[in-house]
Design a protein around this ligand. Structure first.
Ligand SMILES: [Cu+2]
Length: 173
């Protein structure tokens, strides 16, 4: 009887797993200079077709979390990999529901050029800011409608983490 219960439980779980996001986290996206307390992150808009290409590094709806120790210098190399749509990026406070047209950066200089119009396909911008203060943030696309449609990942500025890291994270609902 125990086995039957286990099989029934598995049958419930497996389809949920099959639907879960299988996008890998590529360690090459993050490089760290621990001595200089600098983290460099490749922020790639529309890397895959996931969520209609409204994703960063293949992740949408907060599915990727970047953790940076508080006080570190952050350099984000943004590139628009989407061949169709313009995109941009900005760090905002972690509040849901998502604004239709996010426009208030939570950290000075933590946003790309052409925030609302977006950078064209293959467009690039490098943003540099200090990870401060500690807290939970979102990295969102600033083109109206994109963030609300799921084009956002998470940034955690941590008072306890000793080094930067990335991890896949579950969606908020
Ligand atoms: Cu976008």
């Amino acid at each position: 009887m125990m086995n039957l219960v286990a099989i029934v439980a598995l049958a419930t779980i497996v389809p949920a797993l099959a639907n879960a996001q299988r996008q890998p986290v590529d360690p090459k996206w993050l490089s760290v200079d621990a001595g200089a307390k600098t983290a460099r992150f490749q922020l790639i808009a529309g890397l895959t077709g996931a969520n209609g290409a409204l994703n960063f590094n293949g992740f949408a709806d907060g599915g990727l979390t970047l953790v940076i120790p508080v006080g570190w210098a952050v350099e984000m190399d943004f590139v628009n990999h989407d061949g169709m749509l313009p995109h941009s990026a900005m760090v905002v406070a972690a509040t849901l529901p998502m604004q239709a047209a996010p426009s208030d950066p939570a950290i000075p200089r933590a946003f790309t050029v052409r925030l609302s119009e977006g950078l064209p396909p293959l467009g690039k911008d490098t943003i540099r800011f200090t990870a401060d203060p500690a807290g939970d943030y979102f990295i969102v696309c600033g083109v109206p409608g994109h963030a609300a449609a799921g084009m956002w990942i998470r940034l955690q500025i941590s008072g306890t983490a000793r080094e930067p890291m990335m991890s896949a994270t579950p969606p908020p609902r």
